[in-house]
Design a protein around this ligand. Structure first.
Ligand code: C5J
Length: 228
């Protein structure tokens, strides 16, 4: 896409000034184990349909983003097969009887190279699109995401993926502290817990946009069409 002047996207708490050439789409953790029926998320008793609502809006946004020739980065949460990058606290907390590294319905849970760890087919990265493998919730922690964005000259991020209150929020906060202006399309993020999703979105725009901006993906699609 040729460099065009910035476009205002109506958003909360006020318009987001979108500059396509310096804005990257960052898609977080749209992994089979979190989203697919029969995967780890469902095995833990979660309703994966809550997360699956975000697939189609993400698919449309990613398609438009690719057509516009803009930068996209995918992230996956997971660990080395020997679990040497898995902290004791993460291993021992939060997952009930089954934990990271144990065998799940789609291979070892959240272990790199296993089926369940990979990105769902609907949003599968193209060969030239970088995948950031992250051991934590935030995509900046222990990854090369920051240098990648700096080298590309990126100053704005559109962050999508799952789950709203965990990896999306953690990454958003990391990005905000590093000086990125972040826009979250509300229909492209999701949580197993709808009330957490709602509150997490409210937290972003509170106090004049303390962490960033929120809008619907239709507004971003319209802005991309305008910029074309
Ligand atoms: C969680 C994530 N919820 N991707 N991971 O553990 O949000």
């Amino acid at each position: 896409m040729p460099e065009k002047s910035s476009i205002k996207i109506e958003a909360e708490p006020y318009a987001f000034v979108f500059t396509p050439a310096t804005c990257a789409l960052l898609i977080l953790d749209m992994q089979r184990d979190f989203l697919e029926p029969g995967g780890f998320g469902e095995m833990l008793g979660n309703d994966v349909s809550q997360l699956r609502q975000a697939i189609e809006p993400n698919r449309q946004l990613l398609a438009a983003w690719r057509t516009a020739g803009l930068k996209v980065v995918h992230a996956r949460e997971g660990h080395r097969p020997d679990l040497s990058d898995l902290s004791h606290s993460k291993k021992n907390r939060g997952w009930g009887k089954t934990s990271i590294g144990d065998r799940g319905p789609m291979g070892r849970i959240l272990v790199r190279g296993e089926q369940g760890h990979d990105i769902i087919p609907e949003l599968y990265p193209l060969p030239h699109e970088p995948i950031v493998d992250k051991p934590g919730k935030g995509a900046f922690y222990a990854t090369d995401l920051q240098s990648l964005l700096v080298n590309w000259g990126i100053t704005q991020l559109i962050i999508t993926g799952v789950t709203t209150e965990v990896c999306v929020h953690t990454t958003l906060r990391e990005a905000n502290d590093r000086g990125y202006d972040c826009l979250i399309p509300s229909d492209c993020v999701a949580s197993y817990f709808p009330h957490f999703h709602e509150m997490a979105l409210k937290m972003i725009t509170a106090q004049g946009g303390i962490f960033g901006w929120v809008c619907n993906s239709a507004r971003i699609l319209a802005a991309l069409a305008k910029a074309a």
